[in-house]
Write a protein that binds this ligand. Structure first.
Ligand SMILES: [Zn+2]
Ligand SMILES: [Zn+2]
Length: 129
């Protein structure tokens, strides 16, 4: 299955690259629906699934929250602002060695993702002093 370039798909990609590098399906839908009235949430969802399958985006999940689609497909981790929810990419120079507890003996680590919580600069600046 190849990637057909439609104006909607192009708009979704542009939105991810220029406006929100870690967008949920809903955020994409809300942003593009005014321009593409025929766009539906399920179209966005299916497009993101397709983008993920061909390696254009990475799906990231935080607990039970809605999946976010990351335009940065390099292995990386995230700083998460607790106030505004913005995600910032960061990289670790090397993979840390995992020390598995005895209860998890034999567990094979396939993927991991660090989520570092804090408050971003613009939220800190808008805090009452
Ligand atoms: Zn913030
Ligand atoms: Zn990211």
């Amino acid at each position: 299955m190849g990637l057909r370039v439609t104006p909607q798909r192009e708009a979704i990609l542009n939105f991810l690259i220029h406006h929100n590098e870690h967008a949920t399906v809903d955020e994409i839908y809300q942003a593009l629906h005014p321009t593409f009235p025929s766009l539906s949430v399920s179209t966005v969802y299916n497009t993101m699934k397709h983008f993920r399958e061909i390696g254009l985006v990475k799906e990231i999940t935080f607990g039970d929250a809605a999946s976010r689609f990351d335009i940065n497909v390099m292995p990386h981790h995230h700083l998460v602002c607790k106030k505004c929810g913005k995600l910032f990419d960061f990289y670790l120079p090397q993979t840390p060695a995992f020390t598995l507890p005895p209860a998890a003996a034999g567990f094979e680590v396939e993927d991991y993702h660090l989520e570092v919580k804090g408050t971003c600069l613009s939220c800190r600046n808008s805090e009452p002093k």
